[in-house]
Design a protein around this ligand. Structure first.
Ligand SMILES: [Fe+2]
Ligand SMILES: [Fe+2]
Length: 180
C-alpha cells in the first residue's frame, strides 16, 4: 500500500502551479517513460514515476521581454536543486514516507547534469531511470516544455499510471530505489 498516489501529488495546487511553467504534458510523458524504464531496469516504479512527474517542478520562468531566454536560463538555472527541495516539502506535507521522499528528491536533484562536474558522478538505477525518461521526451529548442494537454486526459493518464503501479507495488514494498 502506497502512502501517497500520483493523483494526490498531481492535483495538489503546488504541483499545478509549478508544473504549468515547465509543462504538464512533459511531466506526464516523463512519468510514463519512467514507469516503463523502471520495469525494465528493476527499479521501484512508484518512486520513479513520482520523481519523474515532479522532476521539473523547480523551474523558474526564464523570460526576457515576454520571451523565453535560453541563454539566461543556461547561465543561471538551478531548477533541479529547487525542484528537489520543493518536491520534498510537498511529499512530506501530503504524507509520503520520509525515506521515499528523500530518494525521490535526490533523483530530482540529479535528473540533469547541467551543473554537475562531468563524469564524476555514478548515478543509482532510480536516478538513471528518471534522467533517461526526461531525455526520452526531450525535443529540440526546449519544445517539450510547450506541449499542451487538456486537464481531463492529464488526469486520466495519471490515474492509469496509478493503477499500474498499484498492481506492481507489492513486489517492491519495503524496498528502496532498486531491487539489485
Ligand atoms: Fe529538467
Ligand atoms: Fe524535463
Amino acid at each position: 500500500m502506497r502512502n501517497v498516489t500520483l493523483e494526490q501529488i498531481f492535483i495538489h495546487p503546488i504541483t499545478q502551479k509549478y508544473l504549468k511553467r515547465s509543462g504538464i504534458a512533459h511531466a506526464i510523458a516523463v512519468a510514463e517513460y519512467a514507469y516503463m524504464f523502471a520495469k525494465r531496469y528493476d527499479v521501484n516504479p512508484d518512486y520513479a514515476a513520482k520523481a519523474a512527474l515532479l522532476h521539473d517542478i523547480g523551474h523558474y520562468t526564464w523570460y526576457r521581454n515576454g520571451e523565453w531566454d535560453y541563454e539566461l536560463y543556461k547561465e543561471n538555472d538551478i531548477h533541479a536543486i529547487k525542484g528537489a527541495s520543493r518536491a520534498h516539502k510537498l511529499l512530506i506535507r501530503i504524507g509520503e514516507d520520509r525515506q521515499t521522499a528523500k530518494e525521490i528528491a535526490v533523483a530530482i536533484l540529479l535528473h540533469t547534469d547541467s551543473y554537475l562536474p562531468e563524469g564524476e558522478l555514478k548515478l543509482k538505477p532510480l536516478q538513471e531511470v528518471v534522467a533517461m525518461a526526461d531525455e526520452a521526451d526531450e525535443e529540440s529548442g526546449g519544445n517539450h516544455h510547450y506541449k499542451s494537454i487538456d486537464a481531463e486526459s492529464a488526469l486520466e493518464r495519471i490515474r492509469a499510471l496509478d493503477s499500474r503501479i498499484d498492481s506492481d507495488v507489492h513486489v517492491y514494498n519495503g524496498q528502496s530505489g532498486s531491487l539489485r
